[in-house]
Design a binder for this molecule. Structure first.
Ligand code: G3H
Ligand code: ZN
Length: 284
């Protein structure tokens, strides 16, 4: 069923596993991720950035596509459709009215007071509709769509408690060294800060920039209260590699199903691997 993230993340935190947010870029991602979730009997979060939504034709198109695929597949696992890095109250409201079951309001680049104000407004509207809300503190490095950061700023554990207590959000993304896109060298995640936050913040934590984080760090983040991990680049790289190989092998190929199909399978296998790594397989 289509559900908010609230229960699935709390269950993950209570039972020591994380639920993957896998970003949708087009139809093939929705197909691959939903197939992977059903085969793995794993809850799943379909992340949709504003840029990706624009590319696919808008929030309504995304919701209709996901609902139709879930119908056609007979999906039985819990699925959340989540606005990734929502840039304003209006965008979050638009996504909620289009049928998204979860939204992130990313006001992490604003001063704390402004972040609190806008997040409170989003929570008030979202919770009226049974929609979950994610917010962020600090700055995730790298670039993803229109989300560009100039460097990593670690979230302040004290500010994390204030934001959660003042707004009623369902989960928190404290930026602690993660980066959108490929890492340059080993990730250097702030586990000390994560442990401090776990002691005072009772909501599940979110790790952005999941691509390229070693399993040992994934497991450590889960042990410190992280139960949502976002992955996009790793799926994109796997798809592109598969499509490139097919087209290099058969340069005269022009039927999109013949070169996109292998890419979809590559995304699916990558997602299955992540669900097993995060421990969400068989947890639906
Ligand atoms: O919000 C999206 C995720 O943080 C994606 O990060 O592309 O580095 O896996 P990633
Ligand atoms: Zn992100």
């Amino acid at each position: 069923p289509l559900v908010s993230m609230k229960e699935m993340l709390e269950k993950g935190k209570d039972n020591g596993y994380a639920v993957g947010q896998f970003n949708l870029n087009n139809l093939e991602y929705a197909q691959a991720i939903l197939q992977a979730a059903e085969e793995e009997q794993s809850p799943v979060i379909l992340g949709v950035s504003e840029g990706a939504a624009r590319y696919m034709g808008g929030f309504n198109v995304v919701v209709s596509m996901v609902k139709a695929l879930m119908d056609s597949y007979g999906t039985t696992v819990p699925v959340a459709i989540h606005l990734d890095h929502g840039s304003s109250f209006a965008k979050c409201a638009e996504a909620i009215h289009a049928g998204f079951t979860s939204v992130m309001i990313d006001a992490s680049h604003d001063p704390l007071e402004e972040n609190i104000d806008i997040t409170k407004k989003v929570v008030e509207l979202a919770h009226l509709h049974g929609v979950s809300v994610e917010a962020e503190l600090g700055t995730v490095g790298g670039q993803e769509d229109d989300v560009v950061a100039d460097g990593v700023i670690y979230a302040d554990p004290k500010e994390c408690k204030v934001l959660v207590d003042e707004t009623g959000i369902d989960c928190l993304a404290p930026a602690l060294g993660s980066v959108h896109g490929p890492y340059k060298g080993e990730p250097n995640l702030g586990f000390k800060e994560m442990e401090e936050i776990l002691a005072t913040v009772k909501v599940p934590l979110v790790l952005h920039g999941g691509t390229g984080i070693p399993t040992k760090d994934i497991k450590r983040a889960i042990s410190f209260g992280t139960s949502k991990i976002n992955v996009n680049t790793e799926n994109q790289v796997a798809q592109a590699k598969a499509v490139r190989e097919v087209l290099q092998e058969k340069p005269d190929l022009y039927d999109p199903r013949k070169y996109l199909g292998p890419g979809t399978e590559a995304i699916k296998q990558t997602v299955i691997g992540k669900m097993r790594e995060f421990g969400s397989s068989q947890q639906a």
